[in-house]
Ligand binder design. Structure first.
Ligand SMILES: [Cu+2]
Length: 244
């Protein structure tokens, strides 16, 4: 039963990849920028054991702009499993320091060579916000593959949405929180396998964290609103491959 409903959800998501790439050229009127605060995160691969992660090598960039309690989110990521939905969240313990997990967090769960979502919780903290394509953006939607953004055939993902229901205590703490992207087709069969299940009760491939980045107050003077592929952000990407 569980497997069947998972496949139904995945099939639905795969049929509607266009939904994941909203071309919002004209968006909310943020021009007057009252009290706008910008946060940026460089997303780097989660350090699974390289022989256990199916060659996963996901990078990306997130820009969050908070204006009057609304949160405009833009995420671009590369190297994701193509044509599959990728759960994305803001993680973090409020009023605490958080960080992206290092290799020492591989322990536990299905595999001691993978950093499963639960394995990483002590590092990046619990889910606070879900970057869904529509509807609920709360932690309740954290595992909803049907509304998760879908990567294109090249493994690229572009997500943009204005979130209206982010709690104020989360908005106040954004500078201490993290963005995590999930989902890796470990065996490369073009789908998320229904098993094994992790401690979350979710299929490992669908929930495996693949990229993580710390949000930093990027205020200054928003260098290049709507920046392109993340170059010139003052970070050395080091990876040198952006998959087109
Ligand atoms: Cu997450």
């Amino acid at each position: 039963m569980r497997n069947r409903s998972l496949f139904t959800v995945l099939a639905g998501a795969a049929l509607l990849p266009a939904l994941a790439i909203p071309a919002l050229a004209t968006d909310a009127p943020t021009d007057d920028r009252r009290d706008a605060t910008t946060y940026q995160a460089r997303l780097d691969p989660v350090p699974h054991h390289p022989q256990a992660d199916g060659g996963s090598d996901v990078s990306g960039h997130a820009t969050l702009v908070e204006v009057d309690g609304e949160l405009k989110v833009e995420v671009r990521a590369y190297g994701l499993s193509p044509l599959l939905p990728h759960l994305m969240h803001i993680h973090g313990e409020l009023e605490a320091q958080n960080e992206c997990p290092g290799p020492q967090f591989r322990k536990g769960g299905v595999s001691d060579r993978l950093i499963e979502t639960v394995d990483g919780l002590p590092s990046y903290g619990p889910i606070q916000v879900t970057f869904s394509t529509e509807g609920d953006t709360s932690p309740a939607a954290a595992l909803s593959l049907g509304t998760a953004p879908v990567a294109d055939a090249d493994g690229k993902l572009a997500y943009q949405r204005v979130l209206l229901d982010v709690p104020n205590d989360v908005l106040d703490e954004l500078g201490d929180l993290h963005i995590v992207i999930h989902g890796s087709d470990l065996d490369g069969d073009g789908m998320y396998d229904a098993t094994p299940l992790t401690a979350l009760g979710a299929p490992l491939e669908a929930e495996l964290p693949v990229a993580c980045g710390q949000l930093e107050d990027g205020d200054g003077q928003a260098r290049g609103h709507g920046q392109g592929q993340g170059q010139g952000q003052g970070h050395d990407h080091g990876k040198g491959h952006h998959h087109g």
